[in-house]
Design a protein around this ligand. Structure first.
Ligand code: GDP
Length: 397
C-alpha cells in the first residue's frame, strides 16, 4: 500500500473511531488501575541496610555514600526552582499559540484563494516543512490530497484544509497507545504484605530535555489521583537533578531515593524498587542521566538500569523517551541512540508550548514508529497532558 492510500484509509477509519469512542484524554488523568492502600506496610524504616528518613521528617538526612543510595527528603540543598502550577489547566488550545501562529498564515492564504492552484500546494508544503512535519510525511500528505483533488473528492480550498486536518489526525492516531496501567495483570496484594511486584517507569533522554521535570509532573498527577509513587534519582551525574527531584517529591508527597553524586544509577533504582516493595508502593518513577558525549557508556548504563529494574520484585512497564520539541528534527537523531540502548515504549514530548515546530509530533510517530504518550505544555506541575491527536490538530489549525 502506498503512503497516500494508507493515509486515505486511515482517515476513513478514524471517522468511525471518533464517532464510536468518546475520548476523555485532554485534562483527564493517567489511566490507573492501582488500588489505594490504607497505609504503608512498613516495618522498621530500613530497607536492605539503606538509611531511611520517613516523610515528613525533620531529621537530617543520612549522608549519601557511593555504595548505598539513601532515601531522604533533602530540603536545604540549593536546587533549581520548581515552578508553581499554572492557575489554568494546560490545554492544547491555550498553549500551542506559537505553532498555530506559524500555520495560520499559510492556512489563511489557502482558504482565501478562489480555487486550488499551484500556489496552494506551495503554501501547504512550506507550512508543513516549516512546522517540522518532516519531508517524508509532508510528501505523503500532499500526495494523498492531490489524488483526492484530482478525483473530485475535494472541491475547493476549505475542503482541502479540512482534508489535511483529517489526514493529520489519522496519521497521529496510528499506533497510538495509552500509558501502562499501574499494577495491571498481577494478582491482588494481600493486606499487610509487601507488594509482590513494583512497576518501574524509566525516563530516558538527553540532558536538558525535561526528564526530571516530567518525572515530577507525573508524580504530582499520580499522587493526586491516589496512586502513591516513589522517585528514583537515577541521574547521579548531575547533582542538581537529585535536588530538583527531591523538591518535586516533597511537593507531590512522594519518597525519593538518591545516590551519591557520580554513583551507580542502577543501584539507586534497585534500592528504590526494594524500598517501594517494602512500603507497598506500586510504582517507581526513575530519572536517568542523558550524557551523550560518551555514547557507549550511556548505552551500557541504560541497559544495566533496565536489567536491574526488571529484577523481581521490579518490572519495567514503561520506558519513556523524553524529547524536547524545540529541537525539532535534531531530536530525532538523538532519539536513535536511546532506541539502540533500550526498548522504548513511548515518547514524552516536552516544551511544545515554546515552539512553532508542532509538526514534530508527526515526524516522531512516523519516523521513530513510537507513540507520543504525554505532552509537556509548560514548566508547572499541571502542564503535562495525555496526547490526543484530535485536540492537538484542532489547536494547530
Ligand atoms: P533534564 O536534564 O532532562 O532532567 O531536564 P529538566 O527537567 O531539568 O528541564 C530542563 C528545563 O526545561 C527546565 O528549566 C524545565 O523547567 C524546562 N521544561 C521542562 N519541561 C518543559 C515544558 O513542557 N515546557 C517548558 N516551557 N519548559 C519545560
Amino acid at each position: 500500500m502506498t503512503d497516500a492510500v494508507m493515509v486515505t484509509a486511515l482517515a476513513d477509519g478514524l471517522l468511525a473511531v471518533v464517532i464510536a469512542v468518546p475520548v476523555l484524554v485532554v485534562g483527564g488523568g493517567i489511566a490507573i488501575a492501582a488500588r489505594r492502600r490504607g497505609g504503608p506496610a512498613d516495618g522498621d524504616g530500613t530497607s536492605g541496610g539503606v538509611a531511611v528518613a520517613e516523610r515528613p521528617s525533620t531529621a537530617a538526612p543520612a549522608p549519601p555514600s557511593a555504595a548505598a543510595p539513601t532515601v531522604e527528603t533533602p530540603v536545604e540543598a540549593p536546587a533549581p526552582p520548581v515552578p508553581e502550577p499554572e492557575p489554568e489547566p494546560a490545554s492544547y488550545r491555550g498553549r500551542l499559540g506559537k505553532a498555530r501562529g506559524l500555520l495560520s498564515g499559510y492556512i489563511g492564504s489557502v482558504r482565501a484563494r478562489a480555487r486550488i492552484d499551484a500556489a496552494t500546494w506551495d503554501d501547504l508544503e512550506e507550512a508543513l516543512i516549516r512546522a517540522d512535519v518532516g519531508v517524508g510525511a509532508t510528501d505523503a500528505l500532499l500526495d494523498d490530497l492531490r489524488g483526492r483533488v484530482k478525483s473530485g473528492e475535494i472541491g475547493g480550498p476549505d475542503a482541502l484544509v479540512d482534508a489535511l486536518k483529517g489526514d493529520l489526525v489519522a496519521m497521529l492516531s496510528t499506533g497510538h497507545a495509552a500509558l501502562a496501567e499501574v499494577g495491571a495483570d498481577r494478582p491482588a496484594p494481600v493486606e499487610g504484605e509487601p507488594a509482590r511486584t513494583v512497576d518501574v517507569w524509566l525516563f530516558v533522554g538527553v540532558n536538558g530535555v525535561g526528564k526530571t521535570t516530567t518525572v515530577g509532573k507525573v508524580a504530582t498527577r499520580l499522587s493526586g489521583g491516589g496512586t502513591p509513587v516513589l522517585l528514583a534519582a537515577g541521574d547521579t551525574f548531575r547533582a542538581a537533578a537529585g535536588e530538583q527531584l527531591s523538591l518535586w517529591a516533597e511537593r507531590s508527597g512522594a519518597d525519593v531515593v538518591r545516590g551519591a553524586e557520580g554513583g551507580d544509577p542502577s543501584s539507586v533504582v534497585f534500592d528504590a524498587v526494594q524500598r517501594a516493595a517494602s512500603k507497598g508502593t506500586e510504582l517507581v518513577l526513575a530519572d536517568t542521566a542523558g550524557r551523550l558525549h560518551n555514547k557507549v557508556n550511556l548505552i551500557e548504563e541504560l541497559k544495566k538500569i533496565r536489567r536491574v529494574s526488571d529484577r523481581p520484585p521490579g518490572r519495567v512497564t514503561e520506558v519513556l523517551l523524553v524529547l524536547d520539541a524545540t529541537t525539532g528534527q535534531n531530536g530525532l537523531a538523538q532519539a536513535k541512540v536511546f532506541l539502540d540502548a533500550v526498548d522504548v515504549s513511548g515518547v514524552v514530548l516536552t516544551k511544545l508550548d515554546g515552539t512553532a515546530k508542532g509538526g514534530i509530533v508527526v515526524a516522531i510517530q512516523r519516523e521513530l514508529g513510537l507513540p507520543v504518550k504525554l505532552v509537556g505544555l509548560g514548566e508547572g506541575a499541571g502542564d503535562l497532558i495525555d496526547f490526543d491527536a484530535e485536540a492537538f490538530v484542532d489547536a494547530l489549525f
